[in-house]
Every structure is written in C-alpha cells, then in structure tokens.
Design a protein around this ligand. Structure first.
Ligand code: HEM
Length: 360
C-alpha cells in the first residue's frame, strides 16, 4: 500500500465524525471570550436536545409515510407503533434532561445570558417541524402563532438558511399524523362492515343508549348514598351524555373516524383490533410524554429565571405554562370520557370478522 493510500479501517471517531461534532461547542463565530464551563454546558444540553429532535422528526416521518396510504398493510401497524414508541421514550429522556440544566445556578446563567441576545428555544425549527408533523395547527397555538410565517421572516432577513427553509416547506406540505390517523380510523370496519354510515349510526346510537342507562343507575345510586339530589346530579350526568352525542353525532351526522375509534376502544378483546388499539394508545402516550417534557421545561425555567421575560420576548414561564394546554389528538383524548365498561355493552355483530377467540 502506498503511503498516501486511504486507510480503509473504520474508526469510532471516523464513523461518528467526532472531530466535527466536538468542534461545535464554542458558540457562534467571534464569540469571545470562549464559553465558560457553565456556558459550554448550556450549549451541550441544547445541542443534545436538537440531535434528539432530529431523530424524532425522522421517526415521525417514517410513521407518517406508512400510515398515509389508502390501505394500511396490517404488518406495518407494529412498525408504526415502534417508531412512535421511540419518540415517546426520547421525550421521556428529554424531560429528565432538564435536571442536568438545573445544575446551572441562576447567577451562573445570568453571567452569560446577555450573550444569547434575542435567541431562544422558541426559534428551534426542529421543534416546530415535529409539532407540524404531529398536527399542531397555528389556530391552536398561543396567539395563533404561525411557525412558517415566523421562519419565512427569519429567512427573508438572512437569518435562516435556504436549506432549512426548503426543509420546512417540504414538511409543511405533508399531511400531519393526526390527519392520516383520522383517515385510517374512518376506514375501521364497525360491526364487521366498512364504510356503512347506517351501521355506524346504529352502533353509536346503541352506545349512547348504554351510556344513558348507566347514567340512570349512577343517579339512583348517588341519591341512595346521599351524595346529592336528583336536581344536582341529573344535569351533570345528562350534560356528559349530551357532550358524547355532540362528539359522536354532531348535527346528527355520523363521523366515521369517531365511530371507528369508539369501536376499537370498546371491543379491545377482538384480536384484529388489538394492534389498532395499541397504535391509538401509543399516540396518546406520545402526546402525554411531550406534554410532560413541556411541563418540566417550564418548571426548570421558573427555577432559573423566575417570572422574567424570555430572551425570545415572550412572557416566559406564563407562556410556557399556556403551551401545556395544547392537545393535538383531541379525539383520542375525548373518546375516553365516553367509554363504558365492557360487560354493559352488547357483543359486536359479525365478531368472527375480527378473529373472535372461541371459548374452547
Ligand atoms: C437556562 C435554560 C433555559 C431557559 C431559561 C429557557 C427559557 C425559555 C423561555 C423563557 C422560553 C419562552 C420563549 C422565550 O421568550 O424565549 C423558552 C422556549 C423554548 N425553549 Fe427554553 N430555556 C432554557 C433551555 C432550553 C433548552 C436546553 C432547550 C432545548 C432545546 C429549550 C427549548 C425551548 C423550546 C423548544 C422553546 C419553545 C417552546 C414553545 O414555543 O412551545 N430551552 N425557553
């Protein structure tokens, strides 16, 4: 081998491009003096989060592409679940990483905080793309904030690269996980029949009737044990049933995705429905883990800067606490309020369609 022939042995440093990665912790160009230990810690924690955001974005896109088809291959449901489970685990890991950030004392943070200028996690475009991939709409955000508009402005001012803007536009053009999930749920065969509104309506009406009957027994029981009177309890129970009706049959119209969702959640013993139910549960788990991540960030920030304004110009902790109200998969959360115990429900029709387990 000649002296300058490339050495083909792969090394750890080569594989991970460690030279490059480990040369990126000294802050932006011209950042003098060099970051203190505390500031380097601050940079490392942020960069670690961004790496994980990158992975979450990738997992979400993989899950999305498998679910965004007319007919989802059943074999792909466990694969989708595993992509989403990885996202939840990453969020759980990130939620505990705020603890490392908290080893920075408020005074040590203040010592370099001015060097951040107006930069803020608020401008993390990877956080925005993952929210977009999940399906958080601008109308749902605090102040109707549109991340695309914000980043287009940054791009026009030369503060965001062309490649990032192109990537954001690409993701903006994709349907969200929430959208494709609802489309998939809408195709759920209810009582063994797919796409038949009358079958769905019968199922939903039957469910509401069971809720009504159960409500009557709750009212009678509460009065009997002295936990209120007919006048105080009945309106509360009835308002719950009316909300369920509004959800399942708004303007007296069947919403196939909601009927499918209720069916899957009600008959979890049916073998064919077990993976779909697992997928729904995984999505709820993902949203919950993301909310806990947001919540832990807010508590860390409160501990670090109290109630002062954020470097991004928001009200700080108050703003972060408001983001805890975000819910993307609203239907998946809402259906939980109207489930009834399995033994109160009639057995599903055509249960053999779902591979009903026999008694022997
Ligand atoms: C000393 C540590 C930190 C403090 C005091 C802090 C403070 C804040 C504040 C006040 C906001 C609200 C926006 C603003 O006005 O700036 C914010 C937003 C945000 N921060 Fe932090 N942060 C810290 C560390 C981090 C780290 C390590 C990350 C990881 C990437 C991060 C990610 C975010 C994100 C994604 C937002 C946007 C939240 C949203 O709009 O939903 N922060 N942060």
């Amino acid at each position: 081998m000649s002296e300058d022939a490339p050495d083909t042995r792969m090394t750890y440093g080569n594989y991970l491009q460690l030279d490059k990665l480990l040369s990126l912790q000294s802050g932006p160009k011209g950042h003098t003096p060099a970051p203190s230990n505390h500031e380097m810690h601050f940079i490392v924690v942020h960069q670690a989060f961004e790496l994980w955001f990158k992975q979450i974005n990738r997992e979400l896109e993989e899950a999305l592409s498998l679910l965004n088809v007319e007919e989802v291959d059943e074999k792909n449901i466990p694969v989708i679940v595993s992509h989403l489970e990885r996202c939840s685990e990453i969020f759980r890991l990130l939620a505990s990483q705020w603890k490392v950030m908290e080893t920075l004392a408020p005074q040590d943070f203040l010592a370099f905080r001015d060097r951040l200028g107006t930069s803020s996690g608020f401008e993390s475009w990877q956080m925005r793309t993952l929210e977009m991939l999940l399906g958080l709409e601008s109308e749902q955000r605090i102040g109707g904030m549109d991340p695309m508009e914000h980043n287009r402005k940054l791009h026009s001012e030369g503060k965001l690269s062309d490649s990032v803007m192109t990537e954001m536009n690409r993701i903006d053009s994709l349907p969200s996980l929430n959208e494709v999930l609802l489309r998939w749920l809408a195709r759920t065969p209810v009582n063994g029949v797919a796409g038949d509104e009358n079958v769905m309506r019968d199922f939903v009406e039957g469910h509401l009737k069971v809720m009504q009957e159960h409500g009557e027994s709750v009212i009678a029981h509460m009065i009997k044990i002295g936990h209120g009177s007919e006048e105080t309890i009945r309106p509360r129970i009835e308002s719950g049933i009316n909300s369920a009706r509004d959800f399942l049959l708004p303007d007296d119209k069947v919403v196939p995705a909601r009927a499918g969702l209720l069916f899957i959640e009600s008959y979890r013993e049916l073998p064919l429905l077990s993976w779909p139910r697992r997928l729904i549960d995984t999505v709820v788990d993902l949203e919950e883990s993301m909310l806990l991540f947001r919540s832990h960030h807010a508590r860390m920030v409160e501990r670090m800067i109290g109630r002062r304004m954020g470097t991004g110009g928001s009200s700080g902790v108050d703003y972060l606490d408001m983001t805890l109200k975000y819910r993307i998969f609203t239907d998946l959360w809402a259906v939980r309020t109207m489930l009834v115990k399995r033994e109160a429900l009639a057995d599903p029709a055509n249960s053999e369609f779902y591979g009903y387990a026999s008694d022997n």
